[in-house]
Write a protein that binds this ligand. Sequence first.
Ligand SMILES: Nc1ncnc2c1ncn2[C@@H]1O[C@H](COP(=O)(O)OP(=O)(O)OP(=O)(O)O)[C@@H](O)[C@H]1O
Ligand SMILES: [Mg+2]
Length: 438
Amino acid sequence: MDTSFENSEEKFRSLADTMPAALFVHRGEKFIYVNAAAERMIGVTREELLEIGFWEIVRPANQELWRNRGRARLAGNVEPRIYEYLLVGRNGTEHWCECHAARIDYDGAPAVLLTATDITDRKQAQEELRQAHEQLEIRVNERTAELGQAQAQLLQSEKLASIGQLAAGVAHEINNPIGYVQSNLATLGRYVEDIFSAFAAYAEIEKRCASQPELARELQRVRADADIEFLLEDIPQLMKESAEGITRVRQIVADLKDFSRADAAQEWEWADLHSCLDSTLNIAHNEIKYCAEVKREYGKLPPVRCLPSQLNQVFLNLLVNAGHAIEKPPGIITVSTGCSGDEAWVEIRDTGKGMSAEVQARIFEPFFTTKAVGKGTGLGLSLAYGVIERHQGRIEVESTLGVGTLFRVVIPVEQHDDSDTSDTPATGAATRLQEMTA
Ligand SMILES: Nc1ncnc2c1ncn2[C@@H]1O[C@H](COP(=O)(O)OP(=O)(O)OP(=O)(O)O)[C@@H](O)[C@H]1O
Ligand SMILES: [Mg+2]
């Protein structure tokens, strides 16, 4: 017996068994040697491994690839030297391995030595890292979009607030001149009355001048030149129209101030929702007068604790939306109010085109609009949602295509002061957005 051979084989085996990598020596499809690490990886004994065929430890989907690479290796092409493969153990366990194959001489005949280092843990960690990275990217994109929308809402509400302040400032400035024009008109009215009495006296004198035809003719000529009859008729009319005009300007100015409430911006107060609605209807009048008749069906409402200028913005948007929805004028916009329990409600109903279920599902999304470019930014309802949320209320909608739409705003009569929180309508809407996308 060749003891030196046996000794060297023994040495080789004990060396190979201490290696952490799995070693498989195979000739064709048959294993002729495996080390201890290979036994552990595949989960069978060495004897069993020598029984089963090579392809049993290769994932079926990879077999073609192994064959091609084997052929390439035989043809002398050995790049790259290390491949990553999935090896299959008993019970279907899979191991990601870094594999290296080399042609060797084993027991005097050619064979292939396959070295497989288990990298499953590393692969898993890589995969987890990749997934975490992907998730992070998704979150970053979501957050960026949310921030963009929140910023746009903030800009929009700031824009509205500064328009309100501007309107209130202009209204304040106009108030003074209107005041003296109105008071001058009243004085002018009294003067005109005096002049009229003087003219009446002149007419009397004219009658008495019959004995002096020259003087009478002169008086007639002066009267005809000045068209006194017409003036006497027209002046009271002009005075009346001017007084009405000034009263209307006064009302518009009062509505503007009432609407913007810049003097009491962002203040919680007890407000009469009917006067809020009236001033908002006056402001919206221009936008809706050509397409709809407005019906007011006001019920009984107690004063409501609210941010009136913000509620006015909500009502304005609902009214303008209702007006825009009426494609075949004349339509009807009905504004109803009422109180049930400790909640006040305002309904704005239109006979417009209505909404499909798909549109309805998206109306509170920032920037969702079905209107033409330049006609709508799609922020009205999302801002309204934020405002009503801030009032701890709700905004409901019912709509039928081709029939019309009803928006119902419900807010508690007694609203607790939230001045201790920094939640603005815009951030409220952003929170909702987060909830929607969570
Ligand atoms: N009364 C309504 N009838 C039919 N559709 C409506 C009505 N109110 C809102 N909508 C639909 O909801 C969409 C979103 O309304 P929202 O007020 O948020 O934005 P917008 O009116 O399009 O633009 P913006 O108010 O910023 O000028 C509208 O584009 C419209 O499609
Ligand atoms: Mg709108």
